[in-house]
Write a protein that binds this ligand. Structure first.
Ligand SMILES: Cc1cc2nc3c(=O)[nH]c(=O)nc-3n(C[C@H](O)[C@H](O)[C@H](O)COP(=O)(O)OP(=O)(O)OC[C@H]3O[C@@H](n4cnc5c(N)ncnc54)[C@H](O)[C@@H]3O)c2cc1C
Length: 391
């Protein structure tokens, strides 16, 4: 199914999918089919992956593919990360939180970390010894990140962190967490700083509940609590305090592009699964695909998915070839592709009839997994605000 999901649109291979990127995608799909898929139902039930799978992913080159080789990575670009995240969605193991680790958490360390920080953390992230998370959201601050209350007060050569976070992806497994804090609450956004907390090295850090979600069941999403957590001042990301908000604004476009990539890959898988299903399923003495309504629905979906794929490829091309992806276009990719994913998965479920509502059919899980894509990484409403700023 992995290959068919990719081929279902018949779109020519984009320039950014160079031979090594294609090879990585095939290799990732094979790894996920062999090492993750057979256990995926168990991960869904226990609502968390086995830590051992992360180590295996590291051994197989699925972690930090875009980090430089000198820091333990594979020296690739976002194109390589996209290959991996597309393989995850095509194989259908969407709760595996490595995309966040790879293309959200690690880049903060690469771009803003000192040489010492990069050498300390990135090689361990590449092996899976360290699992990454980023903790922005708080019970009282989600869309409005300027409202973050978690504080980091300087005390000699340490910062003392107090506060709580919620909805944090990889929150139970993570042992390297980038925490959005206020080092100077009076200065609002300008008082924001990013702190790296190595959870195995500190006292006062506690994980709350592994939150019970409607989808992405296999991913651990958690509350986190910081009570007088002391980290060395050398754990600040950036050369001085107060750079956190700008750092977030610079990195969020890649997070949004990544959500768009997952969205289009999941839509492709939904289409591939549904075309197979309606060919097999019979009603009124003929395959469901022979009804004109089915053909029209699939024709519409294939058209829209093709538009989505071409737009995503355009965004990746701009992102990896130096020109750069501006925040407004990244927001378009996140909002439009996740909306499209929701629409396509819903219509594909409809074409499965009652079976689509049964958890034993993959489309049911995809329906549940798709919903959050319009919420996290900045809601789609916030994306429209950002796009509107470019008018
Ligand atoms: C499964 C999951 C995983 C997540 N992973 C992470 C993670 O790893 N790290 C992390 O930090 N966060 C994470 N989040 C949090 C996520 O990013 C936030 O939930 C999201 O940004 C929205 O914030 P909120 O939930 O506080 O909603 P609110 O900000 O309370 O928004 C409520 C509603 O109001 C709308 N709204 C808010 N402001 C405006 C406005 N100005 N104009 C128009 N409408 C507006 C929103 O669009 C939304 O519809 C995750 C969330 C989920 C569900």
């Amino acid at each position: 199914m992995a290959t068919r999901a990719e081929d279902v649109l018949g779109v020519p291979k984009p320039v950014w999918k160079t031979d090594d990127v294609v090879m990585l995608q095939d290799m990732a799909a094979k790894f996920l089919e062999a090492e993750v898929l057979p256990h995926y139902e168990r991960f869904e039930k226990q609502q968390i992956f086995d830590r051992a799978v992360w180590r295996k992913a590291g051994e197989n080159g699925l972690l930090c593919a875009s980090m430089p080789e000198e820091y333990g990575g594979a020296g690739g670009t976002y194109a390589h990360e996209s290959a991996i995240l597309e393989a995850i969605s095509h194989v259908g193991v969407d709760g595996f939180g490595i995309a966040l680790h790879n293309s959200i958490v690690a880049p903060y360390i690469l771009h803003y970390g000192s040489e010492e920080q990069k050498r300390r953390w990135l090689p361990k992230m590449a092996t899976g010894e360290l699992i990454g998370a980023i903790a922005m959201t708080e019970p009282g601050a989600g869309s409005d990140l300027q409202g973050v209350k978690t504080s980091a007060k300087k005390d000699g050569n340490h910062y003392v962190i107090n506060g709580s976070k919620t909805f944090i992806t990889n929150g139970q497994l993570a042992n390297l967490i980038i925490v959005v804090t206020k080092t100077n609450p009076a200065q609002g956004a300008k008082g924001t700083s990013l702190m790296v907390v190595e959870t195995d090295e500190v006292d006062g850090f506690e994980r709350g509940r592994n939150l019970d979600k409607i989808g992405l069941k296999s991913n651990d999403t958690s509350e986190l609590f910081f009570k007088d957590v002391r980290v060395p001042t050398s754990n600040l990301l950036g050369t001085e305090e107060g750079q956190g908000f700008v750092q977030l604004m610079q990195q969020l476009p890649q997070e949004r592009l990544q959500i768009g990539g997952t969205a289009i890959a999941m839509a492709e898988r939904a289409l591939a699964l549904t075309i197979d299903y309606v060919r097999e399923r019979k009603a009124f003495g003929k395959p469901v695909i022979d009804f004109q309504n089915t053909q029209f629905k699939l024709a519409e979906m294939k058209t829209e998915a093709t538009i989505g794929r071409v737009f995503y490829d355009h965004c990746v091309e701009r992102h990896v070839t130096g020109g750069g992806l501006d925040p407004a276009t990244a927001s378009m990719a996140k909002y439009w592709l996740s909306d499209l994913q929701g629409k396509i998965v819903d219509e594909c479920l409809q074409l499965h009839g009652g079976y689509g509502y049964m958890n034993e059919y993959p489309i049911a899980r995809m329906y549940r997994d798709a919903r959050v894509q319009r919420i996290y990484g900045g809601t789609n409403e916030i994306m429209k605000l950002l796009i509107a700023r470019s008018l």
